[in-house]
Design a protein around this ligand. Structure first.
Ligand SMILES: Nc1ncnc2c1ncn2[C@@H]1O[C@H](COP(=O)(O)OP(=O)(O)O)[C@@H](O)[C@H]1O
Ligand SMILES: [Mg+2]
Length: 350
């Protein structure tokens, strides 16, 4: 609001206030009031969307009750964290369940120096993108190539089916919870595409199992992004597109524009491979969502309602695919619609 009036202009007050000056003064007062109202209308809602439970940059909170603490330093990581058993490993990180101040935490260590750039890129992203959609960073040490994050005992989405089959979680294995997970997944893609750093593409997703391994299931059944090692930036204004790695990709899971376009007779050459944009993530949504929906009572009914939006996600032409925000809106509408239908059916039965 650049035109906001500057109050308190200095000068001697007039002894007799002529009617025209009085009129001007009352107009100025009205203006000030109007600006106050506009300020309240347009600024307050924006302020209210900020999550008051989040800590300032460089700090973390474990659980809702504790205070914000600064990220742990190299010294603290070396002396205060006790490494226990290995819980996961990918191409870049080896992850250990560890203990810090009697709490379970996850310590990730670089697997080999050749992938240190990816590791450091992931760390930079983790620092910049802390939000409800991303695993909480607790500390890091670049000298030791280690990162400390919140530990999620339910592990990655790869083990979703096994987790939901445990008797403890069987009541959660419903189409409602599973659609909610799909919503959470698309919300993360939407967050990346409209991130504070710009449009980021989730490149570490060349097949379904790999894609699932990058996300963690939290204890309250939401999804957080854990592996941020391959998030290149699309810059529309400079025309900068991205490529996910330097090797040839194959199969139906990746978007058609990620495949070598010159046929079997021309050998793959990275320099000749055309770049692409964030719409490769949209292509993959139906497959990931379908996995998340699984095969429980009601899953197929949800799939039926998502048919049109998923068909649009699978448009051969990237520009014809919807945005992540469009997909998210549709998922939300379907969830609301089906919830209302179930509620009214239940009422009729009573
Ligand atoms: N904070 C965590 N809590 C629980 N399990 C984790 C955590 N971080 C990683 N893991 C496990 O380790 C695996 C590998 O982690 P990831 O960050 O994807 O490594 P990479 O970068 O090498 O692919 C994950 O798929 C998951 O199973
Ligand atoms: Mg990974």
């Amino acid at each position: 609001m650049e035109t906001r009036p500057q109050g308190g202009r200095k000068g001697p007050p007039p002894r007799d206030v002529p009617p025209v000056v009085g009129l001007l003064l009352s107009m100025a007062l009205m203006n000030a009031l109007l600006y106050l109202c506009l300020d309240w209308l347009f600024i307050s809602p924006r302020r209210s969307t900020e999550d008051p439970t989040r800590c300032p940059y460089g700090h973390f909170r474990m659980g809702l009750t504790s205070n914000c603490s600064p990220w742990l330093s190299c010294e603290q990581l070396r002396t205060e964290v006790r490494q226990m058993k290995r819980v996961g490993e990918g191409a870049v990180k080896r992850v250990f369940l560890s203990e810090w101040k009697e709490r379970k935490v996850a310590l990730s260590r670089l697997t080999r120096l050749e992938v240190r750039d990816d590791f450091l890129h992931g760390l930079r992203m983790l620092k910049s993108l802390q939000s409800e959609h991303v695993v909480t960073l607790l500390g890091y040490c670049e000298d030791d190539n280690s990162i400390l994050t919140e530990y999620h005992p339910l592990g990655s989405l790869s083990s979703l089916e096994a987790t939901l089959n445990l008797s403890k979680y069987r009541s959660t294995n419903t189409w409602q919870h599973r659609l909610q997970l799909a919503l959470g997944y698309v919300a993360i893609i939407d967050f990346l595409h409209r991130s504070p750093l710009g449009t980021l593409v989730m490149c570490d997703s060349s097949d379904l199992p790999k894609t699932l391994s990058q996300y963690l299931l939290t204890a309250n059944f939401s999804i957080v992004l854990n592996d941020l090692d391959a998030l290149p930036l699309v810059n529309r204004s400079t025309g900068a597109l991205v490529k996910c790695g330097h090797r040839e990709l194959r199969g139906d899971f990746v978007a058609p524009e990620q495949l070598w376009p010159y046929g079997e007779d021309v050998p793959f050459h990275d320099d000749l491979m055309p770049a692409y944009d964030e719409k490769i993530d949209i292509w993959k949504i139906p497959d990931v969502s379908s996995f998340l929906l699984g095969h429980v009572e009601g899953s197929d009914m949800v799939r039926f309602h998502l048919f049109d939006i998923h068909k649009a996600c699978k448009s051969q032409t990237p520009a014809e695919r919807p945005t992540a925000q469009d997909v998210l809106d549709t998922y939300q509408k379907v969830l609301n619609l089906l919830r209302d239908t179930v509620t009214s059916q239940t009422r009729e039965m009573l």
